[in-house]
Design a protein around this ligand. Structure first.
Ligand code: NDP
Ligand code: GUE
Length: 292
């Protein structure tokens, strides 16, 4: 029995279509939503994401402003740029690609972003709102993208046991917060496991919904999955292509094995990745709508 493969690209296209309509309405009223993406350094993987975001902006009619600072940029330079973007009326959303080089204090940079422009939902204020369940902040891009994948695949977390592997501020923690929310489309019982958890499989085998966000290629094997479970693979790991050429992308889940056991599974690429960008675009438009 093979699992249903959740098509993240198709679901992201639906979300993007809705976003495109919202952009049209804003443009008809003389407003153009604008997103600034800040990249410090020249990490090739980060460049790929940043370019993908700029391309999607262009497709949807969002003004995009890509700002690249050298790998040896100082904190002063980064904060100066953030200040400029905070004041720029053409810019509704600001994203600083993570992780920055070591001399850059990411926490301080995030704190400098105007919370009304924090479309990543990384700032203390917006993370706080998320935890409280207030909806006037922003939706964390990757975790909200996962919630949409579940909803649009007909998987209701209510009353289910959801297990999140990983506790990062970007993915694991906000993911757990959303799944446990007392709200329609959520209301799961949530377990979070991480590098301090002995015998992770003991928990994952009981998961009706399993979210893998650890950054370890093919960490989740078939025997760690409950038969029929929904398995969402957030991981993006680049591995050298044995045939040469472009690096291969693999997730945190061993896909071939998961497909045999799970009820539904997301592929990498074409799963969570496109949803992250779709939610980011939607957040940028939301920021613009609020500023009207
Ligand atoms: N598809 C998408 O849109 C996105 C994909 N990603 C991908 O998702 C993955 C996770 O990203 P991110 O959360 O930022 O990564 P981080 O490295 O920030 O966090 C990884 C988490 O996994 C835990 N962990 C690491 N190794 C193990 C292990 N062997 N067993 C149990 N837990 C472990 C860590 O534990 P501890 O806290 O103890 O260190 C940490 O909590 C990466 O592959 C990343 O590229 C990320 C963002 C968006
Ligand atoms: N401030 C900040 N915000 C982020 O949202 C953020 C970040 N920093 N740093 C890095 C992670 C990672 N991330 C991805 C986005 C899209 C894909 C994506 O579209 N992936 C495609 C494949 C892309 C490819 O081929 O390389 C897919 O999975 O189908 C992946 C990963 C956002 N992140």
């Amino acid at each position: 029995m093979a699992a249903k493969i959740i098509d993240g690209k198709a679901i992201a296209a639906e979300v993007n279509e809705e976003t495109r309509r919202r952009v049209e309405a804003l443009r008809a009223a003389g407003r153009i939503p604008g997103l600034a993406v800040v990249l410090v350094g020249d990490d090739p993987a980060s460049q790929v994401y940043v370019n993908a975001k700029a391309k999607k902006c262009a497709e949807l009619g969002i003004h995009s402003d890509k700002r690249v600072l050298p790998a040896d940029a100082t904190m002063e330079q980064v904060l100066e740029l953030i200040g400029e973007l905070n004041r720029d009326p053409r810019i509704d959303g600001i994203l600083v690609q993570s992780p920055p080089p070591p001399q850059i204090d990411e926490e301080k940079v995030i704190a400098a972003i105007d919370p009304a422009k924090d479309v990543d939902c990384f700032s203390e204020r917006n993370v706080g709102k998320l935890l409280i369940g207030k909806e006037d902040g922003f939706r964390p891009c990757t975790p909200w993208g996962v919630m949409l994948l579940l909803e649009k695949s007909g998987i209701d977390p209510a009353g289910k046991h959801a297990v999140v592997i990983g506790r990062s501020n970007i993915v694991g923690k906000p993911m757990a917060a959303l799944l446990m929310q007392k709200a329609k489309g959520a209301n799961a019982t949530v377990t979070v496991v991480h590098s301090g958890t002995p015998d992770i499989a003991r928990f994952t085998r009981d998961a009706d919904i399993l979210i893998a966000a650890i950054g370890k290629p093919e960490f989740v094997r078939g025997d760690m999955i409950k038969p029929g479970a929904a398995v969402i693979d957030v991981g993006i790991n680049r591995t050298p292509n044995p045939a040469g050429g472009r690096d291969k992308l693999v997730g945190d889940v061993k896909f071939d094995e998961a497909v045999e056991v799970a009820g539904a599974v997301t592929p990498v690429p074409g799963g969570v990745g496109p949803m992250t960008i779709a939610v980011l675009m939607s957040n940028a438009v939301t920021a613009c709508e609020r500023r009207k």
